[in-house]
Design a protein around this ligand. Structure first.
Ligand code: ZN
Length: 462
């Protein structure tokens, strides 16, 4: 009898211990979800040392609860596991999964049961807004002539439920701004970037807060361009000069030898510096700051999107694309700003050396690299032809020259178009400010763009 009591007591103590030792689950939603549309993915990290035997998610609206997902696995009540890695649950919280969901407020609940004796249920819940009304977008009916590597402007009319609109060209997206004088319309200046194939169709788009997207095609004609390939021989003397100019302390691009340090600077640092330049796109004003054509000075030593094969001891060691023009100049000659604008960068920028970036409005910016001295400050307004400082050979420069390039919404483009008054009038100002452009062109004959290699695509709307 005593033995039986002892066994029962031991078992009870064991059960109690197992119960007390049972674990809890931590549920973390990442990334945060605030808006739910037709199909909105939700990802939850589930952490429990014993693992979980059930996970479930619901969306609740008023007193109604719609199930979204439920997963069960065989339970381990007595011989549970320890040190289980956290797991990730991803489910779809949109109207596709809950057809009776309505526009408005809702709450998402995620639950998990611990895989041990107690099987505690833990949960997390968060408020969301359901947005189901779709966006709409209508393109303009203008003819768009586009140079590969260059730019163009399109007007769009977004409608329905939308929060974001612009132009998409392959993997690139360009913001839109309100079209002056026509509040229901917007425009985007966009690039047909140099690294896209010739068969990409640019499109206007509008997107609602839930990420649902509408697109529209406009008429366009692309002029494909051939970009040059050039050999760029580099010897030990030039290599150590460049590496020591950019990283004298050996901390930015450490490596066992000069060549590996050079390749780090020419590759990783170049990409990082181009990313820093692209990020300046948000420092812009929503108005035209430029005035007439951009200034063109100096002799063209390298052209936009030249492909450079770096040759060292007779072997190709690297290949990079040069996104700008190298304009030769004499040491300590003034560097003139190409147009009116506001300085948004005036500091060292890795391979570009001492660098100035000027915003000309609507995310159009010009870049001046390798300067010996900078005489302007970030935030300063500058006038066309004003001196920004003096030319030099800082950064990745073998000799004195100005690296000049332009970017639209963070994507580098061929600046040549902006040196051409007719192009600016026909492709940009006539759409941005039709009245002013019309008045200006009344005295002169219209310019016609035609090139033999043109390819027409898209269809004319309306
Ligand atoms: Zn350059």
């Amino acid at each position: 009898m005593k033995a039986i009591i002892a066994i029962v007591v031991l078992a009870a103590v064991g059960m109690a211990a197992l119960f007390v030792m049972s674990s809890n689950t931590v549920l973390t939603v990442n990334p945060e979800v605030k808006i739910v549309g037709v199909t909105t993915p939700v990802t939850v990290k589930i952490s429990n040392a014993h693992g979980v035997r059930r996970t479930a998610a619901y969306i609740e609206q008023g007193s109604v609860r719609f199930p979204l997902t439920e997963l069960k696995t065989p339970a381990h009540r007595f011989f549970w596991r320890r040190h289980q890695a956290s797991q990730t649950l991803t489910f779809d919280a949109g109207k596709n999964k809950a057809p009776n969901l309505k526009e408005g407020d809702a709450r998402i609940v995620v639950e998990a049961d611990s895989d041990d004796l107690a099987g505690h249920t833990d949960s997390t819940s968060f408020a969301v807004k359901v947005i189901l009304a779709p966006p709409r977008v209508a393109p303009d009916d203008a003819q768009h002539y586009i140079n590969q590597g260059g730019m163009e402007l399109a007007v769009m009319t977004p409608g329905g439920s939308w929060s974001e609109a612009g132009v998409k060209v392959g993997k690139y997206t360009f913001r839109s701004f309100p079209l002056p004088g026509r509040p229901e319309q917007r425009f985007a200046m966009f690039a047909y970037p140099w690294d896209l194939a010739e068969n990409v169709t640019p499109m206007v788009f509008a997107r609602n807060l839930a990420g649902t997207e509408a697109t529209g095609q406009f008429w366009f004609k692309l002029f494909p361009k051939k970009f040059r390939t050039r050999d760029f021989p580099i010897d030990d003397a030039l290599m150590s000069k460049l590496v020591n100019q950019i990283d004298p302390g050996g901390t930015l691009a450490p490596g066992p030898d000069m060549l590996s340090r050079f390749l780090k600077i020419n590759g990783e640092m170049r990409r990082r510096n181009n990313r820093q330049l692209a990020d300046l796109r948000l420092k812009t004003e929503e108005k035209v700051l430029w005035n007439g054509p951009f200034l063109h000075w100096g002799k063209e030593e390298s052209l936009f999107a030249d492909v450079r094969n770096y040759l060292y001891k007779g072997k190709q060691v690297d290949q990079q694309v040069h996104l700008g023009f190298d304009l030769s100049d004499t040491a300590n000659a003034p560097v003139h700003v190409a147009n009116d604008g506001r300085v948004v960068w005036a500091a060292d920028l890795g391979i570009y050396g001492n660098c100035v970036v000027v915003d000309h409005g609507y995310a159009l910016q010009s870049i001046y690299g390798h300067m010996n001295r900078i005489d302007v400050k970030e935030g300063e307004l500058v006038k066309k032809d004003q001196s920004l400082g003096v030319a030099g050979a800082t950064g990745m420069a073998g000799g004195v020259h100005v690296h000049f390039s332009m970017q639209i919404d963070g994507v580098q483009v061929n600046p040549r178009e902006w040196w051409d008054e007719h192009w600016i009038h026909d492709r940009i100002m006539s759409k941005l400010d039709p009245e002013a452009a019309k008045a200006k062109s009344e005295s002169k004959a219209p310019t016609v763009t035609s090139q033999p290699r043109a390819k027409a695509r898209g269809r004319r709307k309306r």
